[in-house]
Structure formats: C-alpha cells, structure tokens
Design a protein around this ligand. Structure first.
Ligand code: SPD
Length: 292
C-alpha cells in the first residue's frame, strides 16, 4: 500500500497531461490520464475532457485545467455560497462564464433564487460538459435558469437586467477571459447589480499571482465600497489554492451570515459557516500585500 491506501502501480509514461501555462516560470501541473474522452476546437478555444488516473474526469480549456471530479466542489461551493449567504435576501443571480455547470449546480441549491442567468461565450463548453459531467447536466433543467450564449462583457454593457449576485466563473486572465478582469467590465458589473448587490470573481492564486491580485483589488476599490479577497483550496490548480475578489455595494462579507440559511444547504463538502468567515482571513504575506 502507498500513502493513498492503494496498491502501488507503474504510471504509464505516455499518458500525461501537462498544463504548460507557467512552464516559462519553471513550474507546471501534470496529471496521468487513462484516455481522452473529448477533444474539439470551438470558435474560442480547445475544449478537452480527460479520464484521469487520480482525479476522475477533468475539463481542460486551452490547455488549462478548469475542474476535476475530485476537487471542483471546493471551488464551486466557495464561488457561489459565499456571496449568496453574504447577501440578506438574494433573489437573482448572474453566472458569468461557468458553462461547465459546476457553479450552476451549487446555485440551484438556494431556494431564495427566483431567476438564474448563465451567460457563457462558448456553447461547446456547455455541450461537452453536459455530456461528460452528468451531475452538472441536471442543473441545466432548473426552471429558474436562462442560458445566454454571448460574450458576457457585451451582455452586461447592453442589458437592462439587474442582479443581486453576479458570480464570475472565468478561466484565467489570458485569452477569451482577459476582458473579464478589466476596469470597464467591473464598472458594468457595478451598474448591473441591485442596490445591495454583490459580485465575486475567480481571482488567481495568492501564492503565485500576488501582484495581479493586488492590482485587481486596487482597481475594484475605485468602483466598489466593499472589496475583499477570500480563498479556497483546490489541489489540481497551480499552487493548490485559488482566490476570489469579493465586491459589494453595501454588505460586509460576514455581517449578514444567517445560520439558518447556511444550515439549509445540504450535502456540501467544503463550505460551512466557519469556513465562510475563515476564508477572508489571509496569511500575513497576503494581508500585507493587500494593505499597500
Ligand atoms: N487556473 C485555472 C483557474 C480556472 C478557474 N475556472 C474554473 C471554472 C470552473 N467552473
């Protein structure tokens, strides 16, 4: 037996997926796979699904791991339940990106939501994910959901709809998602939030991308009265941690936390009331970085 409690085996030297995103920085993530279940080029990106040896199925966009069956819950639960529970009475949610359906699957657990809009630029991501990730597929049948296939930056610039919560479930800030980290986009997010609205966005790793995060938060501070950073642990992302910007018009992330509403959420594997509060407590190096 090895440390994971399974019989030792010889890895196949040929079937290794390598995330080369940061190879120039001398680091990369590698995962052994059994087979490639899907691989196609959409109008926007290369969309792949792998059956991996250690992590179950894995969705990869343009060579970057988006989710695995093993640890996606730690990302999706924190992307959705933090803003939802920081708001006293959220009724409407916009998911930007999120075509894989993982964030949506968490969102539909909230009975208070009356409308959910998912705005995804790439229909192929939805189609491929619905086929290969059945646990997310069901969420697309939810009656409260409207799916819009469109560039979210363009959608937000033009829509008259407003939302209590906007959750930006993007890929990394290169390629199609780059625009989702820019000031003009966050100004449109602000305009599309209701009076007490909250927006959260995937905001990289505090170990690897400190300057990027500090710049993003400084930018968002000019727009939103409340601006924080919180994090979660995702072993298959570079550095094993990823964080989120928390932008709010009025509410502090922890003030309105309602224990009854948290308790209503069943079957969660990462999020809890103590985790909600603890995730905003940053290690000293990051706290100091953001204090400047
Ligand atoms: N470095 C990878 C970050 C990926 C964040 N997006 C994940 C999308 C899952 N719904």
């Amino acid at each position: 037996m090895n440390r994971s409690g399974i019989s030792p085996r010889e890895p196949n030297p040929l079937n290794w997926f390598t995330e080369t995103l940061e190879t120039d920085l001398g680091r990369q993530v590698q995962v052994e796979y059994k087979k490639i279940l899907a691989s196609s080029h959409s109008d926007f990106q290369h969309v792949e699904v792998y059956e991996t040896v250690p992590y179950g199925k894995m969705l990869v966009l343009d060579g970057v791991i988006q989710l695995t069956e093993f640890d996606h819950f730690a990302y999706h639960e924190m992307l959705i339940h933090i803003p939802m529970n920081a708001h006293p009475h959220p009724k409407s949610l916009l998911i930007v990106g999120g075509g894989d359906g993982g964030a949506l699957a968490e969102a539909i657990k909230h009975p208070s939501l009356e409308t959910i809009v998912l705005c995804e630029i790439d229909k192929t991501v939805i189609d491929v994910s619905r086929k290969h990730f059945p646990e997310f597929d069901k969420a697309f049948e939810d009656k409260r959901l409207t799916v819009i296939i469109r560039d979210a930056a363009e959608y937000l610039k033009n829509t008259a709809s407003t939302f209590d919560i906007i959750a930006i479930d993007s890929s990394d800030p290169i390629g199609p998602a780059e625009i989702l980290f820019q000031e003009a986009f966050y100004r449109d997010v602000f305009s599309s939030l209701t009076e007490e609205g909250i927006a959260v966005s995937q905001s990289e790793s505090m170990f690897y991308h400190q300057d990027f995060i500090a710049t993003l938060l400084a930018q968002n501070k000019m727009i939103f009265p409340v601006n924080e950073y919180y994090y979660t642990l995702v072993p298959t992302y570079p550095s094993g941690t990823i964080g989120f910007s928390f932008c709010s018009k009025t509410h502090d992330p922890t003030t309105h936390l309602n224990a009854d509403r948290v308790a209503e959420l069943k079957g969660l594997k990462y999020y809890s009331q103590p985790i909600h509060q603890a995730s905003f407590v940053l290690p000293a190096f990051m706290r100091d970085k953001l204090a400047h």
